[in-house]
Design a protein around this ligand. Sequence first.
Ligand SMILES: Nc1ncnc2c1ncn2[C@@H]1O[C@H](COP(=O)(O)OP(=O)(O)OP(=O)(O)O)[C@@H](O)[C@H]1O
Ligand code: SF4
Ligand SMILES: [Mg+2]
Length: 453
Amino acid sequence: MSDALAIRDLHVQFHTRRGVYKALNGVDLGLRRGEVLGIAGESGCGKTTMGLAVMSLLPRNASIPRGQVIFDNKDLVNLPREYAERVGDRFKPKEHERILRRVGKALARIRGRRISMVFQEPMTSLNPVLSIGFQVAETVYVHDPALLARRVLARSKTTPQIMREVLTLLGATQGGEAALRKFAADHDLVGLEEQVLFVWRREDVHISRKEKAIRSLAGQSMKPWERKIIETVAKSGSIPPQFARVPVLSKLVRRILLKEGSRKARELLTSLGIHHAERVVKMFPHELSGGMRQRVVIAIALANNPEIVIMDEPTSAVDVTVQAQILELVKQIRTSVSASFIVISHDLAVLAEVSDRIAIMYAGRIVEVAPTAEILHHPLHPYTQMLISAIPTLEGKSVEGIKGEVPDMRAPPGGCAFHPRCPFAFEKCNSVVPIDFRQGDDQLVACWLYEGK
Ligand SMILES: Nc1ncnc2c1ncn2[C@@H]1O[C@H](COP(=O)(O)OP(=O)(O)OP(=O)(O)O)[C@@H](O)[C@H]1O
Ligand code: SF4
Ligand SMILES: [Mg+2]
């Protein structure tokens, strides 16, 4: 099976007054379907830049001179590269505004919808003047209004008799998701299944109340002309441009769909362990604790049922107890959501908790990638070995820092970028960039020590 996402030979540069920073220097990495891939490396090695490049959200002084990000047989960086070629080494944002707009439009169908990102700072990625419910609702409204339209329509078409059949099906299949999805598709009620499953999976509600709540989903009232408009949105997959031109229509669509979005926000927040979600959706970011804010940004990333979720330092802004809760949450999400995850952290211990595989990054390149147990117990690359020995343990063994300085990315060292700090460096390391060598079943290491082994 092909990878969910493949990054090939990706180069990213930042154009600044002090020179060109070569933040990524040939990243090669594949994200397998359904896996959690951890990315570790010291501060400034390019982890966030890689996430932003995949999302095509790099700042405007960035360019992508080489490389590909393949998702669903498309190269996501092709359009920004066209931009980079025109920019060359000079940066003129105003002149390139039109190209940037075209790039943005083409990527809107993927970004936030099929690939989403939890940004490094939860406080700065939430809007301080908008309620939490609105921010989650708006994410779905902007990226996938048809999803909200289908949910409202499904409720309006459902009868008490259908709900009785749904409850029988749930009892017979022990809440079987596949069976319920098929039932909803067969009865032209797509959008109902996620609402039913949300109630069914709640652990804080007694079964008798669950059944009552599921029955009450039937028969959402809607005027016939409202229904016609919402049906058009559900069918066309987006808000048709003719609606946008008529203020009364666009306002009506917005009102109905944002209300539905708020309902989805309550479901999402509850499923992510936030109690009294009906109250939380009315709150503003500053009223929430750090842990709750982190859950909200995770909810926003999951709101459109994406295929790939990139989490950038999901635990760096919270204390250790909340960190444990967030890691538990990530583990729970990966079993309940059929997405693939990239989790970025400078903390290997955090990644060890949640990742299936870990990739180690140094100076804008992946130097080693392997299953978590291999990275922890049999690290091959000298840099990985030093990172592992820098993890503090309870046995009180002395912790060794990594000697030397992080390279200046305006003029990264030639050959292997780690050679000025590497105790095993030999002549070839100074001049030739190491290629990936396969070791064992599933370990790749970019180091000349493993050539011919
Ligand atoms: N807009 C920018 N302009 C110039 N240089 C930038 C810009 N953004 C990032 N950089 C530089 O690119 C390099 C990689 O930054 P990046 O944020 O990807 O690192 P990181 O691995 O995520 O670090 P951290 O662990 O601190 O988050 C750094 O040297 C940084 O200074
Ligand atoms: S290629 Fe050479 S310098 Fe680089 S990590 Fe391996 S031994 Fe060290
Ligand atoms: Mg970062």
